[in-house]
Every structure is written in C-alpha cells, then in structure tokens.
Design a protein around this ligand. Structure first.
Ligand SMILES: Nc1ncnc2c1ncn2[C@@H]1O[C@H](COP(=O)(O)OP(=O)(O)OP(=O)(O)O)[C@@H](O)[C@H]1O
Length: 232
C-alpha cells in the first residue's frame, strides 16, 4: 500500500534576485492499494512527472508524508531512496530507454548483471521473461531492429526482471500506434493479474487512463479521484 498525505512541492523559477516560487503539487493525499493498476491523468504541465519523481524518490518534496508498506520513504536520504528504488520499483518510459548497443536479451539481462546475479540464473530469468512478453524469436535483435511495440515489451521485461512489487509507467504507450497501444495495455493488465504487480500509469490520455482499476486526475497541482473531465 502506498499512502500519501499532504504532499506539496514548488519550483523556484526566474532570474536571480527575481525568483518566485511556483507551486506544482498543492497538498495531495491519496492511496494506492497493493496489486492495483492506478492511472494519474492530466494535461501537460499539471504536475504528473513531478509527482512520479517524488514517489520514486528522485526528488524530495517540500512537505508531506509518503508511506510505502512499512517504509516512510519521504524521510529517506538519497542512499536509502536509491536502495529502496532498486528493491521495489521498476520503470517503463515513453521512449523505452533501451541501450542501443545491447540486444533485447542483453537489455533485459543488464539489471541482473549489475546486481551480481550468476550467469546461469540470469539466462534462466531472462529467457522466462522474454517468453512471457512474447519476444523469444527476436531476443538477439538490437533495439533499432525492433518495432516500437517490441521495444516496449523489452523494456517491460527489463522492468520485471528484478521482481519489483511496483512499476511506474510514464506514458508507456505515448510512442505507439493505437493497435500496439492496446497490446501493451493488455500486457500490463495480464502482468498485474498473474504477478500481482502494482502499476502506476502516468498519462495525458483519457483512453489509456480509463483502462486502469482506478484513475486520479491531476489538475493544476491538485488530484481528484475519478473521471471528472476538465474542458480543454
Ligand atoms: N525543475 C523544474 N524547475 C522549474 N519548474 C519546473 C521544473 N520541473 C517542472 N517544472 C514546472 O512544474 C510544472 C509541472 O511540470 P511536470 O513536468 O510535473 O508536468 P507534467 O504533467 O508531467 O507535464 P508533461 O505531461 O508535459 O510531462 C510545469 O509548470 C513545469 O514547468
């Protein structure tokens, strides 16, 4: 369970001597249950990325409490945040963020290599995940030899390889056509069901957001649960 209370954050902008504080998160309180798919939807500039960076421990909030399971992560220092992130979070990005010089297999293997897992165990795990996401046939291809949907599958397998209980998906279908988008959203749903992984999907797209179990709308630094659609 992720429990966020009264989270606030602002950025300082403007020239030196003329800076002003711009509030970006204005006292957010919400919960995300274990094993849920939750979407956070909002227009560009509404504060979604800032919220993701804070939840994942890349950025310290000005104030507020974040509790993840038994951990009060908002009180962590940078080292504690980094360790917690490695153990608990996986990430999927709009532009996949694959290493261009590594094959699909090697991209998925990399986090295990960095964690010092034996070669034998790495092979077993990577093969199992590539099969799960339907990429066994193209495991020796480099990212530029794969379609967008296949690249996103590689990045999903890479996010899963360390068995994190929570995966942050930042515009996971933003670079995909609508058919491939459906495939990836179905894959997320099936991984959520089969492995109980919590997914937090950040998106500006209502259609994507509505595929989640629950949806929060971010508007002007505030969060409301449900599908209140604001005029564009
Ligand atoms: N490092 C920063 N310094 C100053 N202002 C920032 C910084 N990062 C973000 N902002 C501002 O905070 C607000 C929220 O930005 P954020 O990136 O969180 O929005 P978003 O909803 O993720 O947008 P997008 O969908 O375009 O990524 C914006 O007005 C942005 O200009």
């Amino acid at each position: 369970m992720i429990h966020v209370q009264e989270l606030t954050h602002s950025f300082k902008i403007g020239k030196k001597g003329k800076e002003r504080q711009v509030p970006v998160l204005k006292g957010l309180s919400f919960k995300i249950n274990e094993g849920e798919i939750v979407s956070i939807v909002g227009r560009s500039g509404s504060g979604k990325s800032t919220l993701l960076h804070i939840l994942a421990g890349f950025l310290k909030p000005d104030a507020g409490i974040i509790q993840i399971g038994n951990a009060r992560t908002s009180a962590f220092n940078e080292t504690e945040s980094a360790k917690f992130r490695l153990d608990h979070f996986g990430f999927i990005f709009q532009n996949f963020q694959l290493m261009p010089g590594l094959t699909a297999f090697e991209n998925v293997e990399l986090p295990l290599k960095l964690a010092g897992v034996t070669k034998r165990e790495r092979r077993r795990k990577v093969k199992q995940l590539l099969q799960l996401v339907g990429l066994t046939e193209v495991q020796d291809h480099y990212p530029n030899e794969l379609s967008g949907g296949q690249q996103q599958r590689v990045s999903i397998a890479r996010a899963l390889v360390t068995d994190p209980p929570i995966i942050f998906a930042d515009e996971p279908t933003g670079s995909l056509d609508s058919e491939t988008e459906q495939d990836i959203l179905l894959l997320i749903q099936s991984l959520n069901k089969s492995r109980g992984i919590t997914f937090i999907i950040i998106t500006h797209d209502d259609t994507v957001a509505e595929t989640a179990d629950r949806m929060y709308r971010m508007h002007d630094g505030e969060l409301t649960e449900g599908g209140v659609v604001h005029a564009i």
